[in-house]
Design a protein around this ligand. Sequence first.
Ligand SMILES: C[S@@+](CC[C@H](N)C(=O)[O-])C[C@H]1O[C@@H](n2cnc3c(N)ncnc32)[C@H](O)[C@@H]1O
Length: 211
Amino acid sequence: MRLRKKWWARPEMERSPIVITEPAQYKGKWNEAFGNSNDIYLELGCGRGEFVTKSASENPDKNYIAVDLKDEVLVHVLRKVQEAELTNVRIIPLQIAFIEDVFDENEVSRIYINFCNPWPKDRHNKRRLTHTKFLIKYKKFIKPNTEIWFKTDNLQLFDDSLEYFKSNGFEIDYYTYDLHNSDFDENIVTEYEKKFVNLGMKIMFLKAILK
Ligand SMILES: C[S@@+](CC[C@H](N)C(=O)[O-])C[C@H]1O[C@@H](n2cnc3c(N)ncnc32)[C@H](O)[C@@H]1O
């Protein structure tokens, strides 16, 4: 019998109240899940969680929800959250295509998308997490003036994303084709970003706002 890679990840996650395996039950009630009325910041495709855990420890007055579809990376997020004893993070194992089932109108105050898959083939563009198809979903649950912070190493994805945001009514509040040589001083480096920077690649970043 072939065992699944990291077969122990799901049982370990299911034992923790930090991991929400049935997130739709909290739709419209996320502030109850955190026990406060602080802003909710969402990270889509969080990977192993370096970004979300650092952000959450630096901003204890914000609530963070980290989403990814892979248990084998989420279990590392869970361990980091436990190790740092963070009370302001929840983890959702989810295919982001279903994100609108999880949040109600005006529930989310910021979205982070870091190094999502660029899906370079035209016929796959719709799978990009910044594609219009996804922006329409996010617009259903973000508050007015919500910022989406997006980072990538992929020029085509970045340029296309600028257009996706603009054509969906977002204003581009800030953008740079070279984040690490820019005046932006709030950057928190992710796992993938570290790898790309070590390879000498430029990181592109934008902040889009829906007013
Ligand atoms: C390239 S990694 C980047 C990880 C992390 N954000 C970073 O910058 O280090 C992309 C992550 O997004 C997740 N992902 C990609 N598409 C997804 C989707 N449609 N739903 C949920 N997670 C997704 C993958 O499982 C992977 O962990």
